[in-house]
Design a protein around this ligand. Structure first.
Ligand SMILES: [Zn+2]
Length: 266
């Protein structure tokens, strides 16, 4: 085929690629579902790697983050929610993934049945609708421990697991759980370390995802976007600790009893 025709054909195919609907383009679609902006920290390099390799990578963030004021003088409320949405955008950009999908549910009360009995059902419906739209091939969320026990994390994990087990439209069986290594807790909370019984036993980690130095650097930059949550000192300490414990591979556990491997999609 003459070079010019081949080039024109390639361009035409690429233009078609760019217009493909979510879930149809690239080597696969990966969606991470979180309670808060900054929940991606324990698997930052995984998101960066798949985005770099051409997968469609999205984050859905259930709450508005209006109550998370760990490292800021901004009062809790709408102003803080706005800043946290900007931080989520900054993080997604650093990881090279799509802009975050922010659902805006109230922060800190997803597990409160008394204050909003319809909340859980509404969140379930919203998550299912988003997943049906994105049609992921693989999902990542917190494990049943919520990583650190946070009720919002537990609820999001629970709903995503519910949808996967029920075979809800658009929700794949391939569901992986993120967790925080003991060393990550120690770096983040030097005074108190990891809460008891929070980290799964080694035998449950059946998927090990390798990453490049560039992915690791993207993850560090992504964490440093969350200025209302982490000081520069904490970013440095946690990034160093996680780099050591990862040792080139992020470990995940999967819902499916099938043996895992080294790839999110297989
Ligand atoms: Zn969180």
């Amino acid at each position: 085929m003459p070079t010019r025709i081949a080039a024109a054909l390639t361009l035409a195919i690429c233009l078609v690629c760019a217009r493909l609907a979510p879930g149809q383009a690239g080597p696969g679609t990966l969606v991470a579902v979180w309670a808060h902006a900054d929940d991606e920290v324990p698997i930052g390099p995984v998101l960066a790697r798949y985005a770099r390799e051409g997968a469609q990578v999205y984050m859905i963030i259930a709450t508005d983050g209006a109550q998370g004021a760990a490292n800021t003088s901004i009062p809790r409320g709408p102003e803080l929610a706005k800043v946290r949405s900007e931080e989520a955008n900054c993080s997604a950009q650093a990881l090279g993934i799509h802009p975050p999908i922010l659902l805006g549910f109230p922060d800190g009360v997803l597990g409160s049945y008394i204050s909003g009995q319809g909340l859980l059902f509404e969140l379930t419906q919203r998550l299912q609708a988003e997943l049906q739209r994105l049609r992921p091939d693989a999902l990542i969320t917190w494990g049943p421990d919520g990583g650190m026990g946070h009720p919002d994390h537990r609820i999001v994990s629970n709903i995503v697991t519910q949808l996967a087990r029920a075979g809800a439209p658009g929700v794949p069986e391939r569901l992986l759980y993120s967790s925080i290594p003991v060393e990550g807790f120690a770096a983040m909370y030097p005074q108190r370390g990891a809460p008891p019984f929070m980290v799964p036993q080694d035998k449950y980690f059946n998927t090990r995802v390798s990453f490049s130095a560039a992915d690791l650097e993207a993850a560090r930059r992504s964490m440093s976007c969350h200025k209302t949550q982490y000081s520069d000192e904490v970013v440095r300490r946690v990034s160093d600790a996680m780099r050591n414990v990862w040792n080139g591979q992020v470990q995940l556990s999967s819902l499916s009893p099938a043996p895992g491997g080294s790839d999110i999609f297989r």
